[in-house]
Write a protein that binds this ligand. Structure first.
Ligand code: NAP
Length: 318
């Protein structure tokens, strides 16, 4: 059986593509990836997605979007794509469980947290080193944690962590934050956050008995060269993202950072293959923009299939 459309990824771009493609009666198959909702589901509080003036949790927004996509006939499959073949048509999409064929594909695999790449990071992953305050913050009641980064994610999640932790060090490599001004202002008022400017974490260390988890981090001031140790029970890393495009090999054009090159209609270098959300190059990495591109990609996929089957309406001229 050849699917009309396969959507790869279940963040806001993928789920929105599911809603629009479902309403276009394509009965899309949406393959979730390792975690339903992607980074959206890991966000504690979403304050800037329109329609939720009092904020909404990422988990809840994910569930609502999934429900809406399923209502219009999207089939949500909990599986992960391991490879694709876009050199043939119908396209081939391989997952852990099976191999599918599809007339059109939307790639909405988003991006994953960037690693610091310092000693101790891998060793203590899941035992003190985390990339998700929503998931792990609870374990740090009345303890001290370090947050690394200076963007929206680092500052917002540092504030979230103050709900549990007695102290949060925010270590940033410059003396100015990249985060939105409104977020910065709120964070500067939070007395539980101590700012460690112009500094980088060079190593994450445990106590003598390493099985006990994180005990401190080695810090270096990049301006003065001064080195010090910060005692902390956890290190949360928020230093940006890397695109999830490894499974694509060289089948669509990627930029030098691995993001998918698309035109403004979400079309990739392969006709019939579209990309939406954070996996696209040069997009504002926001839920609102991911949603917009998911809708665009679904409409373009619908048009591609209609053209393929000779059922397309003529292009609008006005
Ligand atoms: P980001 O905006 O790219 O910020 C990454 C931060 O990490 C920067 O401050 C950067 O420092 C620092 N950094 C990068 N590499 C580093 C390294 N090797 N060592 C130490 N520090 C390093 O990433 P993000 O905060 O994860 O956000 C990703 C995207 O999602 C952004 O577009 C962001 O606006 C969006 N987002 C939005 C919201 C929201 O709107 N509420 C929430 C979360 C995320 P420099 O500043 O010196 O470059």
């Amino acid at each position: 059986m050849v699917e009309d459309l396969i959507v790869i990824g279940s963040g806001p771009a993928g789920l929105t593509a599911g809603i629009y493609a479902g309403r276009a009666q394509l009965s899309p198959l949406l393959i979730t990836g390792s975690a339903l909702g992607g980074q959206m589901a890991l966000t504690n509080e979403i304050e800037n997605y329109p329609g939720f003036p009092e904020a909404i949790s990422g988990q809840e927004l994910t569930q609502l979007m999934q429900k809406q996509a399923e209502r219009f006939g999207t089939r949500v499959e909990m599986d992960e794509v391991t490879g694709v073949d876009f050199s043939v048509h119908p396209f081939k999409v391989k997952t852990y469980a099976q191999e599918y064929e599809a007339k059109a594909v939307i790639i909405a695999t988003g991006a994953s947290p960037h690693k610091l790449g310092v000693p101790g990071e891998e060793e203590f992953a899941g035992r003190g080193v985390s990339y998700c305050a929503t998931c792990d913050g609870f374990f740090y009641q009345n303890r001290t944690v370090i947050v690394v980064g200076g963007g929206d994610a680092a500052v917002e999640e540092a504030m979230f962590l103050t709900k549990y932790a007695s102290k949060v060090y925010l270590v940033h490599r410059r003396d100015r934050l990249r985060a939105e001004k409104v977020t910065q202002e709120r964070a500067f008022k939070n007395e539980k956050i101590e700012w460690v400017w112009d500094s980088v974490v060079t190593e994450i260390l445990g106590p003598e008995n390493k099985n006990e988890g994180v005990a401190q981090a080695h810090i270096k001031n990049v301006k003065t060269g001064e080195e010090s140790f910060l005692k902390a029970d956890g290190v949360f890393i928020y230093i940006g993202n890397v695109p999830n495009t490894q499974f694509l090999g060289e089948q669509v054009e990627l930029n030098e950072r691995g993001y998918i090159v698309t035109d403004r209609k979400c079309r990739t270098s392969v006709p019939g293959v579209f990309a939406a959300g954070d996996v696209q190059e040069w997009v504002l990495q926001q839920i609102a923009t991911a949603v917009g591109s998911g809708a665009m990609a679904a409409m373009e996929a619908d048009k591609f299939i209609a053209e393929l089957e000779g059922t397309a309406y003529p292009e609008r001229t006005t």
